[in-house]
Every structure is written in structure tokens, then in C-alpha cells.
Design a protein around this ligand. Structure first.
Ligand code: F6P
Length: 490
């Protein structure tokens, strides 16, 4: 098998460099180990027609990374426009934040079509394509349009909302119809899959049997594959990071205070305002906690060109400064607020230093920070995870202290409870969560999906009487790749 994985954002960072986004961090180790080709955006754009779309190709462990410069005329409409100002808000149930024009949709489709043409270079008879996330809902349909008959899988890292909410996305029906070109559509949770199927049934009027939809493209199977982490690797990072300067400086600066930690992109889905308000409320309700607890909030800035994100950055900065101004003392600051990223190793060390992990999104596909916080804990003295019931991770990590992020008073009380939880209870809860993490690692997620994709494709091909894929035409001029990728591609 020749696996080609596609996502908008990729990562080439090692464990010692800052990592952006859960998807890229999760895929990196599995691409490295499996020998897959990972295709994504270089983060740069290019003007005019492109003879050679791949800007960079390099090795990545046993696999390779192939990066494209996306078309300059369509990049903003695709990324900031349709993907992040129509799909992202709707997928996180914030239709009030949808701001997207028909030109944005056109650009989104153009970029999906551009990516499809670029992918033809990797087509061999045994190729399997696995597309990631909401940036490429229509990529499968574009590939089929180009005559690709290979297995096509899709995994959505975000939630999928109820059908009325997804119906708020311009062109929603056309997009879901296009998604049915995938042989397998994977979701993080049962609710996400059920919401999607409900849209297919009620808004497209298609029949569903056992999670399988028949459409003009053939059969498409919808199933749940909760994404995991490598808990052993995270635990090893955490132990190793104890001596890292950032981690030891943090420990020294605490003067015996207990610490809560939050690590998020600044995004309205993450519930950061509610979290800070809950911390504020806790200090008001229980003033005896002042000087004995504090919060380290790592908040990496994201999508700043979009108005809703710029507004949130300003609102958060103001709120943190207000809370620190009201509760702070000459020798104590309640909230340390940092707009910078850390490597996975340092993050693991910071997680292990904190007695409480705060993961309180209003909506989240999975949230791997929740899993990483748990895996990084010291087994003999583990911290407590406070987790939103609206994170996908809540399905598995059900012995965390669960909160409703809209209930500020409730969250304030729960954070205080977490700080004072006795060791026996902490260990019991932590061990139960570790058992779940070990039972569903990132390697399991990867191989379960790829196996299911091959089965779904075989079932669909059998049902429609299709034969093996033909030899492909090459759309862009063939060019021999460097020794990095050898003769695996044209
Ligand atoms: O769906 C989740 C995700 O892919 C995360 O991995 C990441 O946080 C985000 O969406 C994409 O963010 P960005 O716009 O920075 O690539």
C-alpha cells in the first residue's frame, strides 16, 4: 500500500520545537513510522498558473512531506474565508459568526480542485488517499471527477453539529453531497456521526443502512474513530523535561503554590473567557485560596486576520489584566498569560508541574491537550483533569472532573475541588483515564482507520462491480523526484 495523507497544516517539527494544532502534532509520529506521504500547504502562496505545484519535498522518518504553494488568488477566500469563517464557526455551533461570501466558497472549491490535481502525481495502482479535516470536504469529489477510483478516506477532527446548524453553512447540501465521494468518513464521536447521517437522511433524502449511504458515487461508510495520543511517549517526555530550564524555573517560581494549567489556541470554541471568569469567581468565593493557587494559561494566537479572533484576543488580554489587577498582590499574580507556543517536551514538563489541568472548551472535536495532560502526570502523585462535557475527550476520560463551561459558578467550585482532592481519589481517577489512553493510542487510530478504509472501498467496489484502478494520466509534467521519495511516485 502507498498511503497518501492530506491536510492543510503539516508539521515537520521535532519534539523540541513548538507545535501548532492538534492534528499536525498527532499525525507527525504516525507518518514518520508508517512511511506515508504527507501532503499539505507550505504556508506560502504563488501567483499565476503553476507548472510544478510542489514547492518542497523532504523525508520525514520513513515517510515524506510534500508541500504545495497554494494559489495566491484563492488562499484568503479558502482559509480565512470559507474554511474558517463559514465551516469552522458552524462546526462549532457558532452560526452567528459565519461571515462568508460566494467568492469565498468559489475559492474553497478552487483550492480543493487544485489539491486534487496535485495529488495525481502520487497515484499508483496501490495508492490509498486519506484526507484530513474541514479544509477539504470536497477533495474526494474532485478526485473522483478526475477519474480516481482508489480508496478515498476522510477524517473530521472537529465536531459535526446538528443538521439545522450545519444547514446554516452556505452551500451545505452541495458540500455534504460531495463528501459522499469518500469511501469512509470518520468522526470523533457517535454524536458527530449521527448528526452527519441525520443531515444526509433528512436534507439529502438518502437512505442509510448500518451507517452506509448509497449515493451517485457508490457506497460511503460513516464510522467513529476517536483520535488518541502516544501515552508512553508523553510520559517519557514529561519525566525528561523536569530538568528543562523553563520547567525548573516555573517550579522554583511557585513558592509552594499549587498551579492550574490551560493550553489552547486563542479560539472562541475553547471557552477561554468562561475559564478565566471561573478562576476569577473562585478567588472571589474562596479568598483563602489567594497566594496558594495560580493559573498558567498558554494561549497561542491563531487566525488573527479574522475579526472574531482579533476581538477575542483583545477581550482576553483585557480580562486577564482585570483579574490580575483586582486579585493580585505585590508578591503574587493569579494568572500568568503567555501568547507563545512550547515544544511537546516542555509542554509535558509544564503539565506535570501543574496539580490541575483545565480543558474547558464550549465545543471540541476531541481535544488532545486533555489526553496529554493525563499522560504527563507523575503516577505516584497525579494531578486532576477538569474537563468540559462538550469536548470529544469526555467520552473516554469520564473519571475527569466534568464541567459545563457555561456554568461559571459550577466551574469555579469544581476548580477549587480539584486543587484540594486527596491523593487516593486522584490516583483512582488518573489510573482509570490512563487505562483508556493505553487502549486507544494514536497508532491504533491510524491503523484502524486505514484498515476500515480498505474494507469500505472493497465493499463499495464490489457493490458497483468496479475493477482495479487503471494507470493514471499525469496532469502536471512528470518530474523525477529526489532520492528522498525514490520511485514511489511519478
Ligand atoms: O480540527 C482541529 C484542527 O485541525 C486542529 O488541529 C487545529 O487546532 C485547527 O483545527 C486548525 O488550525 P489552523 O487553522 O491553525 O491550521
Amino acid at each position: 500500500m502507498n498511503l497518501v495523507v492530506v491536510s492543510n497544516r503539516v508539521s515537520r517539527a521535532s519534539a523540541t520545537e513548538p507545535m501548532t494544532g492538534g492534528l499536525a502534532a498527532a499525525l507527525l509520529p504516525v507518518v514518520e513510522k508508517s512511511g506515508a506521504i504527507w501532503v499539505g500547504s507550505s504556508g506560502r502562496v504563488r501567483e499565476g498558473a503553476q507548472k510544478e505545484p510542489f514547492a518542497e519535498i523532504e523525508s520525514l522518518g520513513k515517510g515524506a512531506l510534500a508541500l504545495l504553494d497554494l494559489p495566491a488568488a484563492h488562499y484568503a477566500g479558502y482559509y480565512e474565508g470559507f474554511a474558517n469563517s463559514a465551516l469552522w464557526p458552524a462546526l462549532h455551533s457558532r452560526t452567528d459568526l459565519i461571515r462568508s461570501s460566494h467568492d469565498d466558497y468559489k475559492s474553497y472549491r478552487e483550492v480543493n480542485s487544485f489539491m486534487a490535481r496535485a495529488l495525481l502525481r502520487f497515484r499508483k495502482p496501490e495508492t490509498v488517499f486519506w484526507i484530513q479535516d474541514y479544509h477539504f470536504l470536497a477533495l474526494g469529489a474532485e478526485l473522483r471527477e478526475l477519474g480516481v477510483t482508489h480508496p478515498l478516506g476522510f477524517f473530521l477532527h472537529t465536531p459535526w453539529p446538528t443538521r439545522d446548524i450545519f444547514g446554516g453553512v452556505p452551500h451545505s447540501r452541495e458540500l455534504v453531497e460531495a463528501m459522499l465521494a469518500y469511501d469512509l468518513i470518520g468522526f470523533q464521536t457517535d454524536d458527530d456521526r449521527d448528526n452527519f447521517l441525520s443531515f444526509v437522511e433528512n436534507d439529502l433524502g438518502l437512505d442509510i443502512a448500518g451507517g452506509v449511504v448509497a449515493s451517485k458515487f457508490g457506497m460511503s461508510r460513516c464510522a467513529v474513530f476517536p483520535i488518541g495520543i502516544d501515552p508512553a511517549k508523553f510520559a517519557a517526555h514529561a519525566a525528561k523535561a523536569a530538568s528543562h530550564p523553563d520547567v525548573s524555573r516555573l517550579r522554583r517560581s511557585l513558592n509552594g503554590e499549587k498551579l492550574a494549567i490551560g493550553v489552547d489556541r486563542v479560539d472562541y470554541s475553547k471557552g477561554l473567557i468562561n475559564r478565566i471568569e471561573a478562576f476569577d469567581r473562585m478567588l472571589t468565593l474562596q479568598p483563602q485560596l489567594k497566594r496558594s493557587v495560580s493559573l498558567l494559561q498558554i494561549a497561542t494566537l491563531s487566525r488573527g486576520a479574522i475579526e472574531a479572533y482579533g476581538d477575542l484576543q483583545n477581550q482576553l488580554a483585557k480580562l486577564v489584566s482585570d483579574v490580575n489587577g483586582r486579585h493580585g498582590e505585590v508578591d503574587w499574580t493569579p494568572i500568568r498569560y503567555l501568547n507563545k507556543g512550547f515544544s511537546q517536551t516542555v509542554l509535558a514538563g509544564l503539565y506535570r508541574t501543574a496539580q490541575v489541568g483545565l480543558v474547558t472548551p464550549l465545543h471540541d472535536g476531541m481535544n488532545l491537550v486533555a489526553k496529554e495532560y493525563v499522560a504527563a502526570q507523575n503516577p505516584v502523585d497525579p494531578g486532576v483533569l477538569v474537563l468540559s462535557k462538550f469536548a470529544g475527550a469526555a467520552n473516554e476520560l469520564d473519571t475527569a472532573l466534568m464541567v459545563n463551561p457555561h456554568d461559571i459558578d459550577g466551574m469555579a467550585r469544581t476548580i477549587a475541588t480539584a486543587f484540594s482532592m486527596p491523593l487516593v481519589e486522584r490516583r483512582m481517577r488518573w489510573e482509570a483515564m490512563m487505562t483508556k489512553l493505553r487502549a486507544g493510542t494514536i497508532q491504533d487510530w491510524f491503523s484502524d482507520f486505514v484498515d476500515a478504509l480498505q474494507n469500505a472501498h472493497a465493499a463499495s467496489a464490489k457493490a458497483s462491480g468496479d475493477l482495479a484502478p487503471e494507470d493514471p494520466p499525469v496532469v502536471w509534467p512528470a518530474r523525477s523526484f529526489s532520492s528522498i521519495v525514490g520511485n514511489r511516485f511519478h
